[in-house]
Design a protein around this ligand. Structure first.
Ligand code: OGA
Ligand code: MN
Length: 325
């Protein structure tokens, strides 16, 4: 379905957190997708603001900040306050933005609009599949910060799925069956789904498939969640087709309307989400007629979460205190 009917709305009274925070936070009963008021991300955050933002992010998994005004440098500085930044996959092509940014736009390196059949447009269309950013990295990232510079008139929403609530709602037999399983993730897999096949041998070598757990425990909250998405192809120790189908079934379950929030972008919106427990996807728009210009920074994870083919205990290895940098 093009365009979604699920919209983020906040219940009244919305200030649900019992603790006094350095800013105002509006959230819902399910504590997924909150809006933050009274934080200017272009200036450096106080240690209280940062600690409170992390707490809010851990609790709500997705945070929206409206009316921000961030140039590239400010976007980078703000992001660095939450950890080291990933750099982009250098595909040997000219880029519109610095390597620390994912270019989430329908523009070419020189600012002209991409043709719909260009390699770049097809490559980027994988962002419209449910995914967790860069889950194909052996050390998968924590937060993403996506900032809107130019938005479209219709379509182009971003949807977010709460993989914690989805785990909670799974049938106990299914929980038992999948807890401890690991799946193969690769960049090639999500691109294969779009029909993009132009990888060089060098790129294939640079991004080998990696194993990730299907079920994770969030190191800061101890909550369990599913960990899925378009980079995942199949499951270790299951027949390939059986594993692929199981992954599809789980994504279908997790992305039911009750676990999903949709955001319609305005210029100056910034959304921070936690890739460890959230899936997201962009929605279609008229990409040859309207410009949609966004950029994203991505915070590196604390380390691999599968070692020797087995999921590590993230709570022990990357526990809450490590997060407060
Ligand atoms: C991203 C992403 C989807 C969108 O920024 O990581 O997947 O709405 N964006 O463009
Ligand atoms: Mn993404």
């Amino acid at each position: 379905m093009v365009g979604s009917t699920i919209r983020v709305t906040f219940e009244e009274p919305s200030h649900l957190l019992d603790k006094t925070m350095a800013f105002k936070i509006f959230t819902n009963e399910d504590k997924f997708f909150a809006e933050i008021f009274g934080v200017d991300l272009s200036t450096s955050l106080s240690s209280t603001e940062k600690a409170d933002l992390l707490e809010a992010a851990h609790e709500n998994a997705v945070l929206l900040f409206r009316n921000q005004n961030l140039n590239e440098e400010q976007h980078l500085n703000m992001s660095r306050q939450f950890g080291g930044l990933e750099t982009t996959i250098q595909r040997g092509r000219k880029r519109r933005v610095k390597p620390e940014f994912a270019d989430i736009s329908n523009l070419d390196w020189d600012g002209t609009m991409l043709e719909s059949d260009s390699g770049r447009a097809i490559y980027s269309s994988a962002n419209q599949l449910w995914h967790s950013d860069a889950s194909f990295r052996a050390n998968p990232p924590k937060f993403s910060f996506l900032y809107a510079e130019e938005v479209v008139e219709s379509g182009g929403e971003t949807e977010f799925c709460d993989e914690r609530a989805a785990w909670d709602a799974l049938d106990p037999d299914m929980k038992e069956k999948i807890d401890g399983l690991v799946a193969w993730h690769s960049l090639m897999e999500s691109r294969r789904r779009t029909g993009f096949l132009e990888f060089t041998d060098g790129e294939r070598e640079a991004f080998p498939s990696v194993l990730q757990p299907i079920v994770r425990t969030h190191p800061a909250t101890g909550r369990k969640n599913l960990f899925l998405g378009a980079h995942a192809s199949h499951i270790e120790n299951l027949e390939r087709a059986d594993g692929a189908r199981l992954l599809d079934d789980l994504v279908e379950f997790a992305t039911q309307e009750c676990f999903v929030r949709s955001h319609t972008w305005s210029v100056g919106d910034l959304i921070m989400w936690d890739n460890r427990c959230v899936l997201h996807r962009g929605r279609p728009f008229n990409a040859t007629m309207e410009r949609r210009v966004m950029r994203r920074t991505t915070i590196s994870g604390d380390g691999p979460i599968v070692v020797n083919g087995r999921p590590i205990n993230e709570l022990v290895s990357h526990g809450a205190l490590n997060e407060l940098i």
